[in-house]
Design a protein around this ligand. Structure first.
Ligand SMILES: [Zn+2]
Length: 340
């Protein structure tokens, strides 16, 4: 027997029980009343670009993901697009590393070649490019090191050089991920000064110094050789500081702002959503991917359900754009179509 007045403020004078379960009775009713919908339209697929030709290196810590040379990255981007994913995010790798990250801004670098190939074969794919130097510096930090410290302002010139090389190759959006102060403004100014007014900026605005990047380090070969990234990436307990970082990046000209990682920072996404009108991207990072993969491989979790639940949670928190290694398979499952 149901208790009467399960909910205090009964809307009826007849004192009938309120039955929220009516809206959960069938799959079709649940579909109708769903408050958040994961869509292929929101997905961005990250691709790690390797040097060489015909190169395909499996990334051990990220089952199913590979480092691909530009020719195969081109194929991966167009197949993701055919599956319904509108965008890719490219990460480069160097032919050589030095203290100035020289190869990061080379016009004939691997990522620059991948951009040109993708835009030539599938021009509709939105190409985002990660702008950072940690994979290109011999010390593995996201900036220029002087006297044992990451020199903010010296790093800006390098980031600008990387962003311009990506713009020249045809990138639609550059995505600075270094967390140096003032880099969005510096890149925006340089893009405009060089005729790239139409190239956008997606800033990694609130990027936390997170343990969840672990598997990515193997993928990008970018582990710092000394210290860690906590003098430039954000401290995990802080949310007001994230809003401050996002505000600054929007003021400096960011078109899209990102919170990274996603799942341990859903409150940051929600706070940013409440505060700002700019599109918000969330990065479902390598550790979030690998944990589910590892558990699924052991039969401890249903991968598909876990993925849908996690990605939907990111959308429910307020993200407009979800960057995820599952993008192609989720889009295929959701029936995304590039033709719409
Ligand atoms: Zn970096």
């Amino acid at each position: 027997m149901l208790e009467r007045n399960l909910v205090d403020s009964s809307p009826t004078e007849r004192d009938l029980p309120i039955r929220p379960r009516r809206l959960r009775r069938s799959q079709s009713v649940r579909r109708l009343v769903r408050e958040s919908r994961l869509s292929a339209d929101m997905l961005v697929y990250p691709i790690f670009v390797a040097t060489g030709r015909g190169v395909e290196h499996p990334i051990e810590a990220m089952p199913g993901q590979r480092r691909l040379s530009a020719d195969l990255a081109e194929e991966a981007a167009s197949s993701a697009f055919r599956a319904g994913v509108p965008a890719v995010l490219l990460f480069g790798s160097p032919r050589y590393k030095d203290d100035a990250a020289t190869d990061a801004s080379a016009d004939d670098g691997a990522v620059q070649e991948a951009i040109r190939r993708i835009k030539r074969s599938t021009p509709e794919v939105v190409v985002f490019t990660d702008v950072c130097v940690c994979a290109y510096t011999d010390h593995g930090h996201c900036g220029i090191v002087s006297s044992g410290e990451i020199d903010n302002d010296a790093s800006l010139d390098v980031m600008v050089g990387v962003a311009l090389s990506h713009a020249r190759a045809g990138a639609d959006f550059v995505a600075p991920s270094d967390m140096m102060d003032g880099r969005v403004g510096a890149i925006r100014e340089a893009l405009d000064d060089n005729g790239f007014e139409q190239v956008g900026i997606m800033s990694y605005a609130a990027k936390y110094a997170s343990a969840f990047y672990g598997p990515f380090r193997e993928a990008a070969d970018s582990t710092p050789q000394f210290g860690d990234r906590s003098t430039y990436q954000m401290d995990p307990p802080n949310v007001r500081e994230a809003l401050r970082e996002i505000e600054l990046d929007i003021d400096e000209g960011a078109d899209i702002v990102m919170v990274k990682p996603a799942l341990a920072y859903l409150d940051v996404i929600a706070a940013a959503r409440a505060e700002f009108n700019a599109p918000i991207a969330a990065y479902n990072v390598s550790g979030e991917y690998s944990m589910v993969k590892a558990a699924a491989q052991r039969g401890w979790i249903d991968e598909q359900r876990a993925v849908d639940e996690a990605l939907t949670a990111i959308v429910r928190a307020g993200a407009d754009i979800v960057i995820t290694y599952w993008a192609p398979e989720v889009a295929a499952r959701l029936g995304g179509s590039p033709a719409r």
